[in-house]
Design a protein around this ligand. Structure first.
Ligand SMILES: Cc1cc2nc3c(=O)[nH]c(=O)nc-3n(C[C@H](O)[C@H](O)[C@H](O)COP(=O)(O)O)c2cc1C
Length: 226
């Protein structure tokens, strides 16, 4: 199983990225993570967490105890498994949690800056309008833009998760440009047909749709028709 690339940029919705990372790691996927300076500001504002981008540790973003990850893994592997948390040890023993390799946003020496470094795809979550415009314009000004560029040119999966409303014509044109280049534009727009009861349910809807694009099985929300 190849590694995945996850980039966090400075759009609102840092909670989506945290949940995505939690679920990917709990499902055993290795992740190359990079974070823009604006994402650091948003994380501070929205999640009250202080990231050190020069000396980043995943514990700055995800709680060091594995309680949430374990719960994610159970829900991920077993549809409707929320009720089995008490006896989940056999499920959890089947999973080796994934690892995070962090890359500074300005480190163009990182493997993910090159097409010869094979990955299973890249997710930019949340994706700011600025990063979206840079990718659409082909400006590789930081590692996030460059890695996205590489995924497009190598015809690999690139999923961008914008969070902006309303949208202007330049933003819509940039999204069209990315879609035409092979990217998946997956706005952070939760559905309501799964009868969400909490913010977690809304977040899981969006994260689940990202996992669908990555062909990762999950049970983060109840699908229509099931
Ligand atoms: C708290 C906060 C929330 C923001 N929310 C958004 C947003 O939802 N969408 C967006 O495109 N930009 C948003 N911005 C502005 C971007 O962070 C800004 O355009 C930045 O230059 C993006 O840089 P980056 O793409 O390198 O992360 C927000 C900024 C802050 C501080």
């Amino acid at each position: 199983m190849r590694d995945l690339v996850v980039a966090m940029t400075g759009a609102s919705g840092a909670i989506y990225a945290v949940r995505l990372l939690e679920v990917l790691l709990a499902s055993g996927r290795n992740v190359h993570l990079t974070i823009s300076p604006s994402a650091k500001l948003v994380v501070s504002k929205e999640l009250d967490l202080e990231l050190n981008l020069e000396q980043f540790e995943i514990s700055q973003l995800l709680p060091p105890d594995s309680k949430l990850s374990a719960e994610s893994a159970v829900r991920l592997l077993r549809p409707g498994a929320e009720g089995v948390a008490a006896d989940n040890s056999s499920v959890l023993s089947e999973i080796t949690p994934g690892k995070v390799t962090y890359h500074h946003y300005s480190d163009f020496r990182a493997g993910i800056a090159s097409g010869s470094f094979l990955t299973a795809g890249m997710v930019i979550c949340p994706c700011s309008m600025g990063t979206l415009a840079s990718i659409a314009g082909g400006h590789s000004e930081n590692l996030i833009h460059r890695a996205a560029d590489v995924h497009l040119k190598e015809r690999r999966k690139l999923i961008v998760v914008p969070r902006e409303t309303p949208l202007g014509s330049i933003q819509l044109e940039n999204m069209k440009r990315l879609t035409d280049s092979g990217a998946v534009v997956l706005p952070a727009m939760p559905g309501f047909y799964h009868n969400p009861r909490s913010i977690r349910d809304l977040v899981d809807f969006v994260v689940g749709r990202i996992l669908d694009q990555l062909d990762i099985e999950h049970a983060l929300f109840r699908r229509w028709g099931t």
